[in-house]
Each structure stands twice: as structure tokens, then as C-alpha cells.
Design a binder for this molecule. Structure first.
Ligand SMILES: [Zn+2]
Length: 130
């Protein structure tokens, strides 16, 4: 994410709008690519993901020091971004669990199966001999 932001130069007063535009574009692109592959896209509340220990769940600003995450509760150490990513993963799993328990989680549609068999049977037509 840092590279994307640093790669574009805009006037300071336009920066906020420009950034949110770029992120919306990236978001749309990811959604488009995911739908193409039959993958669901979930949006997760990022609150506290960088301050929460992904092992014990302890939340504290003191857990994070720059790029290092060290839990003051259980002593768990890892890269801060990796810790944040794991917390997001946990949130998505909770969200999916909720959907599944409500019975509304549909498996992705398997398109193309019928189309493939139709093409195969057409190829089996008898050939006219000369
Ligand atoms: Zn911990």
C-alpha cells in the first residue's frame, strides 16, 4: 500500500481525495478479479487490527513498536503487518462463521460445466466421407 501512495505525486490539498480515489480503483479491481474467479469479497472493520495480539487477543497501543509487534500480555513477537493480516483473517473467519450459521453462505457457482459437455458432444458428430 505504501508503494502505491508514494508512486503518485499530487498537491498537498488534493492528496486526500486523490488517495481515496486510488484506493477505490484498487478496491474495484480486486472485486472485479475476485468475481471473475468466483471468490467472495468481504469487507472487514480494520479497527484495532494493528493493536490486537493475533495469538491472545490482547489490545494495546503498546503492543506495536514500528514494524515490530510484541504483545505485552503474552510476549508473542512477529512482524506488525503479519500480525495485522492475521487479525483480519480472524475477523473474516468470524464473519463467515456467522453467515454459515444463518445458512446464507452459498458456494460459488460452477459455470462452464454444461458448456464444456455440449462442445464435446458436437465434436462427436459423424464425419461426411467424400
Ligand atoms: Zn498476546
Amino acid at each position: 500500500m505504501t508503494d502505491i501512495r508514494d508512486g503518485t505525486r499530487v498537491r498537498k490539498k488534493d492528496r486526500y481525495n486523490h488517495e481515496s480515489w486510488a484506493f477505490r480503483q484498487l478496491q474495484k479491481f480486486i472485486e472485479y478479479k475476485a468475481v471473475e474467479k468466483g471468490i467472495r469479497v468481504e469487507y472487514v472493520d480494520p479497527e484495532n487490527t494493528s493493536k490486537t495480539c493475533s495469538r491472545c487477543g490482547h489490545i494495546s497501543r503498546n503492543n506495536r513498536e514500528g514494524l515490530d509487534f510484541v504483545c505485552e500480555e503474552c510476549g508473542y513477537e512477529l512482524h506488525a503487518d503479519l500480525n495485522g493480516a492475521r487479525n483480519i483473517e480472524h475477523k473474516v473467519r468470524d464473519f463467515r462463521h456467522d453467515l454459515e450459521s444463518q445458512g446464507s453462505c452459498q458456494p460459488p457457482d460452477v459455470d462452464g460445466v454444461e458448456a464444456t459437455s455440449a462442445t464435446a458432444s458436437r465434436g462427436a458428430e459423424p464425419q461426411a466421407s467424400s
